[in-house]
Design a protein. Structure first.
Length: 249
């Protein structure tokens, strides 16, 4: 895994967006389309702002997915990831298609199968992810992370650390308002995508980054599995990097 450390979140976002532009362009040149997975959260703001302002992306040839969504939340809810992605990507650049996980679907298990089938229809070219304060990827929390999960999308239970993070981030006003379950892409599916980029700024992610890089590869820190990916890049700023050794770019 390549580790890149930048002086500011803005520089980090610019570098990650440059990688996204290049990956999308290469996929379009190779196969006429690009299939991309995007993450959500405050950690992605700078990255998405630069990416959606980039002039050279052929968005009409881009098909997009997202990582996860709360069960039971309508897309009108302020904390809905569908709302976030509509406002920060779909309404800005109008990709050819955006396949959302419908957290308020009547049958969440059927929704997992529906999106899983769409994901498997053709290779995904690149995924942009974050890392949670408890080391989660997508909404795959420790310690129930399964590095051998056979499905692409799963209904999952959210742990207390993850739910508390949502309150601290301002997505919800109190813990009892945070849904206990979510729909999430699985880690084995993400690991099969040829390029991964983890955009992880901020002091709140310091402990998770250190565990992912310096500890064992373990379900106790799902993000640690990124060290086994053949083409993963971790984008950090000084606050998230803390004592991690790396060369600023």
């Amino acid at each position: 895994m390549e580790i890149r450390i930048f002086d500011t979140k803005q520089e980090l976002g610019q570098a990650a967006a440059a990688r996204a532009v290049a990956a999308i362009g290469e996929a379009v040149a190779r196969s006429g389309e690009a299939r991309v997975i995007a993450a959500t959260g405050a950690s992605q703001f700078e990255f998405l702002d630069v990416l959606t302002a980039a002039p050279r992306v052929e968005w009409g040839k881009v098909e997009m997915f997202h990582l996860d969504e709360y069960v039971g939340l309508p897309d009108s809810h302020p904390a809905s990831f569908r709302r976030y992605l509509r406002e920060r990507i779909l309404e800005r650049v109008h990709p050819r298609a955006f396949h959302f996980l419908a957290g308020d679907a009547a049958d969440p298990a059927a929704e997992c199968r529906r999106v899983g089938a769409l994901l498997r229809r053709a290779p995904v070219d690149v995924a942009f992810v974050g890392i949670g304060e408890n080391g989660h990827l997508a909404f795959i929390d420790p310690p129930l992370c399964d590095f051998a999960d056979p499905v692409a999308v799963r209904l999952v239970e959210l742990d207390a650390v993850c739910r508390q993070q949502q309150v601290r981030d301002g997505a919800f006003t109190a813990l009892d308002g945070v849904p206990r379950t979510a729909l999430s892409l699985t880690i084995p599916f993400l690991m099969r995508i040829p390029r991964l980029a983890a955009v992880v700024p901020g002091p709140a992610k310091r402990a998770a980054v250190q565990a992912a890089l310096d500890g064992p590869v373990t379900a106790a820190c799902p993000a640690s599995i990124l060290r086994r990916h053949p083409d993963a890049t971790l984008y950090l700023d000084p606050a998230s990097a803390a004592g991690v050794r790396g060369e600023a770019s």
